[in-house]
Write a protein that binds this ligand. Structure first.
Ligand code: SAM
Length: 205
């Protein structure tokens, strides 16, 4: 385990929740409300990247998705798997390092197959360079949406200065040439102290 994985694992192993609470980010709640009913007649697949203890994974499951959560903290994944099981909700919590993970690494058969493509890919406050964003665009099914939210450089809330905070321009630049329709790209003040980069795109059918 490197320092960053150890830091997160220690946090979750001590019983703490994800740093931003248990209620979904307002942008995620709004997207789920806005797109409710879009997938009538089938169970859409969702991917929650850097899921923590799964405030969004649980919202996705409650909204009718089959969610796959990925986080490199085994304790966070355990908390989330228990929460899904206790509520009888679908979904899985995978332990993996997202700097290198891809859905192709997961099992191809068995009772709990991880999809290769997703109707919704979500990442909230995954503060790294943008290599995951670049790869995540490839995991969208036709018609699939991507919602990418990070702490903006000027935000009072967020990680310490040593942690990357890509700005809106850099984030949008990664999506150029990826074949997505960009639906939103803006800085949003979600609380008086939180300024977020919010980017939403869709893969054309
Ligand atoms: C700020 S928390 C956000 C959690 C969740 N998305 C939310 O909004 O509540 C960042 C999460 O990313 C996870 N994480 C950070 N780097 C990671 C990596 N390289 N691979 C997998 N997970 C990582 C951490 O364990 C932590 O749970």
């Amino acid at each position: 385990m490197d320092d960053s994985q150890r830091m997160w694992e220690d946090r979750y192993a001590s019983g703490e929740d994800s740093p931003d609470g248990t209620r979904p980010h307002p942008e995620v709640a709004a997207l789920l409300e806005r797109t409710a009913g879009e997938h009538a007649g089938r169970t859409p697949a969702a991917l929650d990247l850097g899921a923590g203890t799964g405030r969004h994974t649980l919202s996705l499951a409650l909204a009718g998705y089959d969610p796959t959560a990925v986080d490199f903290s085994p304790s966070a994944a355990r908390v989330l798997a228990d929460a899904l099981a206790e509520r009888g909700l679908p979904g899985r919590a995978l332990v993996a390092d997202l700097r290198t993970w891809s859905p192709e690494q997961e099992q191809l058969s068995g009772p709990d197959v991880v999809p290769r493509q997703f109707d919704l890919v979500l990442a909230v406050y995954f503060q790294h360079d943008l290599s995951l964003l670049r790869r995540a665009t490839e995991w969208l099914a036709p018609g699939g949406r991507l919602l990418w939210i990070t702490h903006a450089p000027g935000s009072v809330e967020g990680p310490p200065p040593t942690v990357p905070r890509p700005d809106l321009e850099e984030t949008v630049a990664v999506l150029e040439g990826k074949g997505l329709d960009l639906l939103r790209a803006e800085q949003v003040r979600t609380t008086p102290t939180a300024l977020d980069v919010v980017v939403e795109g869709v893969r054309p059918r």
